[in-house]
Design a protein around this ligand. Structure first.
Ligand SMILES: Nc1ncnc2c1ncn2[C@@H]1O[C@H](COP(=O)(O)OP(=O)(O)OP(=O)(O)O)[C@@H](O)[C@H]1O
Length: 256
């Protein structure tokens, strides 16, 4: 199974406006890389570039995405998407078709893995149980509108796991959820890294989440990575003024 996903020298622009300039990152299996920084810094676009899912109007002017040292062309990136590389977005509702039951979503995804009928149903129930649904049998017949935000995020993660991804890209996966559910989803992601050896890229604004989950931290500012360190040294000796400001704001909030 793939071990390292790398982006190097990524340059993104909208027309003449540079949005991401020379970003390089490596995501390793079994590790959590947290990406943080001010709003508009380029975290989401970098994540979307890894998936080759840039929004209309944004183009990649330079940079390479590689898997275990093999540079991927666009077809290679498309083949990776959803299979080797799972995506967990901020608003899970947007990832589901509201007119299609949860069970159908699983059927379609599992069929791509060659699983149908009873085998597909068993796998779906196993995955739903694994992400924390205590009564998974009741879930497949439901429609997305019948699930809460937290349940939908769990279902989205289970759907992503159907294809056994080596890496997960999670862009603020808990932003719209209440605190208790946030903690549950983070526990789940943490467990997936530990048990399945998934490499997790976690975009977040929350330094408590970084402290709890991350192995490595990258701070983005105005389209560049201004600091990248192992999590311990990031908290002990932040080097960039933006990192120090983030830590000071965090400490003022939690240690006063
Ligand atoms: N479709 C687009 N067209 C033009 N500019 C865009 C587009 N999408 C994003 N941008 C710009 O690119 C820059 C980086 O955006 P991005 O969403 O990657 O930031 P971010 O760090 O993820 O922010 P946040 O933390 O708020 O999600 C911003 O200045 C944003 O306005």
């Amino acid at each position: 199974m793939s071990r390292v996903l790398t982006v190097s020298g990524l340059h993104l622009a909208a027309g003449a406006r540079a949005l991401v300039q020379g970003v390089s990152l490596s995501l390793r299996r079994g590790q959590v890389l947290a990406m943080l920084g001010r709003s508009g810094g380029g975290k989401s676009l970098t994540t979307l570039a890894l998936l080759d899912l840039l929004p209309a109007g944004v183009s990649r002017l330079g940079g390479e995405v590689s898997l275990d040292g093999m540079v991927l062309d666009r077809a290679g990136q498309a083949a990776l998407r959803g299979a080797t590389l799972g995506y967990v977005q901020q608003a899970p509702r947007a990832g589901f078709n509201p007119l299609v039951s949860i069970g159908r979503h699983f059927e379609e995804t599992l069929a791509r893995e060659g699983l149908r009928g009873g085998a597909a149903r068993r796998r779906m129930l196993e995955l739903l149980r694994d992400v924390g649904f205590e009564a998974p049998d009741s879930v497949p017949r439901l429609y997305p509108s019948q699930l809460s935000g937290g349940m939908l995020q769990r279902a989205m993660i289970a759907l992503t796991l159907c294809r056994n991804p080596a890496f997960l890209l999670a862009d603020e996966p808990t932003t719209d959820l209440d605190l208790v559910v946030q903690a549950q989803i983070l526990d789940l992601l943490d467990r997936l890294v530990a048990e399945r050896g998934i490499g997790l890229l976690l975009v977040t604004h929350d330094l408590s989440v970084v402290a709890r989950l991350a192995d490595e931290v990258a701070v983005m500012e105005d389209g560049t990575i201004v600091e990248q360190q192992p999590v311990r040294s990031f908290f002990d000796t932040p080097r960039h003024p933006r990192s120090r400001a983030l830590l000071a704001a965090h400490r003022a909030l939690y240690e006063s």
